[in-house]
Design a protein around this ligand. Sequence first.
Ligand code: ADP
Length: 261
Amino acid sequence: VSLTISPVKDKAGNIIGLSKIARDITDKKMAEQRKNDFVAIVSHELKTPLTSMKSYIQLALGKIKESNESFIESVLTRAHTQTQKMTMMINDFLNLSRIEEGKMPLNRSRFVLSELIDEVVEEGCILAPNHLIEYQRCSRFIVDADKDKLCQVMNNLLSNAVKYSDPGTVINICCKIEVDVVRVSFSDHGLGISAEDQKRLFERFYRVSDERAKNVSGFGIGLYLVAEILKLHGSKITVSSEIGKGSVFSFCLPIESKELI
Ligand code: ADP
């Protein structure tokens, strides 16, 4: 039930009482729930064949490399890249509906952060072969986090850096220790973001209305998810950016241990 309480005034404008309107919003809530269920089901159904397609392509790519069939290799590499992009989009949709329902539990584990960043960078180099991706590696220390969701955070930040900067420019991924936390940052030399837009970037469905970005596809949920996932980890995303110069997005995580595992 939704309640609206408003003051009742006399002719002189004095408040003489309150009016209370109760509305039954069951239908609205149910429609919302159905929408969320639908998005979750569609995303799941799409993800299953996509995951097996990706595995078959990977398998074929491995075999082709052995016999050096370069044309088929390049075609399959492109197909593989597309499946990877679709997987990332579907993961975003799935997590969006989970967040809306307040059902996004963290599946924490202890792992070596630099190894996860290695995977993100490796995949990024395949997805964006025309950018120069540089990575300043950090030591092998351990963090306690949800590996898949952290991977999604970094994939989103890297894919934005690629989408909103020109081919041939450098994207820098840096991982460095600041006392007892590790800071991971993604810098690009792309469009940059105005101070006004920086305040709203992390809102759901917010996209900057910039002439130069209008041909870049997207749903405006990537940074919202980045912010929500980091919030669940007790962390937050920060941005510093200048129009025409580029942007830096970064976040910190506590270091669990500097021991090697
Ligand atoms: P989208 O799917 O639109 O990329 P995001 O939530 O990831 O959605 O980003 C929201 C908006 O923030 C984008 O539409 C874009 O205008 C801006 N943005 C995000 N990352 C960058 C970046 N690295 N450089 C410039 N603009 C960016």
